[in-house]
Design a protein around this ligand. Structure first.
Ligand code: SF4
Length: 364
């Protein structure tokens, strides 16, 4: 069965790209109509220290001063509230305490034994302000996921690629042992066991083949079939950054990005939202939608995209008008999609009910 499906997807990609586009578009519009969602978020880069060193990453740094302290976080929460964000996006390097003495010392100052504990403290602070955290901590254990579950509206881990080749010398993940797809798929599966609304996705153009893209999506859908917890798949295009080992590596071809969006729409189940970042695709937003995307991910009115600092977001009102001109409707959503709210703790659901249910944010 696996082989049959794989061959079908590959033949669509190779021989019937137009058929693939029209199937994906039809499926997306049948499932979601003309509604395109996004989450108004506030991006907080908790720390840039990281135990990995990916070839394309300009976010990572050895500097212990890159940590955000609880005091400065509190003022960021105030700012987030003032611009009416609902999502606090916590992004950080992976388990820096395993690599840096300075990170261990920093965490100890706040009585934390790990970055996971530190992030949990931040999630609690955000929830006190009725802001909904979505955290990306990289590869963590089942126990650590369990500890974070009740303090996050959703959690995320990009698979990026199921290709083990990318761990080879001179490839994108050579200095990043936890980019081993086996470890990442385990985390995604563990999140399923714990019924955590989960975000994953692919990074396109880091040296993977189209066959490996199909395999990556099939792995994700296999896990999702068992646990039904993957709420969205991000198809993110590699964006070369100055100062990184892959700065001269070419960005992916447009057709590869668009056809992977279409494939993900076909492969993933009906409840899975397909997301493509508008700031990385400014000149082809309608193409993203016509190839099956129904979500534009996090858009911040007040912060930059710290992972792709050279790529600014369009203002929401401008984007909304733009979409309207082609018959789409832009709607704000929460960092958890309505279908997945049933997985959340009572406390989290109460915050959503009390604070967000009556606002113009998509809710059941
Ligand atoms: S991409 Fe993530 S895991 Fe890789 S070096 Fe950057 S912060 Fe670390």
């Amino acid at each position: 069965m696996y082989k049959m499906n794989f061959d079908y997807y590959l033949s669509l990609l190779n021989n019937e790209p137009q058929e693939l586009q029209s199937l994906a578009n039809e499926k997306a519009r049948n499932l979601f109509g003309q509604t395109i969602t996004y989450s108004r978020n506030f991006f907080v880069p908790i720390t840039r220290q990281c135990r990995n060193r990916c070839g394309y990453c300009s976010f990572v740094s050895d500097d212990v001063n890159s940590w955000i302290t609880p005091d400065s976080f509190q003022s960021l929460l105030e700012k987030a509230k003032s611009v009416k964000c609902s999502e606090i996006l916590l992004t950080l390097g992976e388990k820096p305490e395993e690599k840096y003495e300075t990170a261990r010392e920093f965490l100890q100052r706040y009585s934390c034994n790990s970055t996971v504990e530190y992030v949990k403290m931040f999630c609690e602070l955000a929830l006190e302000e009725k802001l909904l955290p979505h955290s990306n901590l990289g590869v963590i254990t089942l126990e650590e996921l369990r500890n974070l579950k009740d303090f996050n509206a959703s959690l995320g881990l990009m698979l990026e690629s199921s290709s083990v080749r990318l761990l080879d010398k001179d490839k994108a993940h050579y200095n990043s042992p936890t980019k081993d797809p086996k470890l990442r798929l385990e985390v995604i599966e563990d999140a399923g066991k714990l019924r955590i609304p989960f975000t994953s996705g692919l990074l396109i153009g880091i040296g993977e083949t189209k066959e490996e893209r199909i395999e990556s999506l099939m792995h994700l859908q296999n896990i999702n079939k068992k646990y039904q917890h993957i709420q969205e798949i991000i198809i993110q295009n590699f964006n070369p950054q100055k100062g990184t080992p892959m700065q001269d590596y070419p960005p992916p071809k447009e057709k590869d990005v668009l056809l992977t969006i279409a494939l993900s729409r076909i492969i993933m189940g009906s409840n899975v939202n397909i997301q493509a970042p508008p700031n990385l695709n400014r000149d082809r937003i309608f193409d993203l939608l016509n190839y099956g995307a129904n979500d534009l991910g996090g858009i911040s009115p007040a912060t930059i995209d710290y992972i792709n600092p050279n790529m600014t977001w369009q203002e929401e009102s401008h984007l909304g008008k733009n979409l309207e001109s082609e018959g789409f409707v832009l709607k704000q959503r929460l960092p958890v999609y309505p279908h997945y709210e049933k997985y959340l703790s009572r406390t989290m659901r109460k915050i959503i009910e009390d604070k967000y249910r009556n606002e113009e944010i998509i809710s059941p």
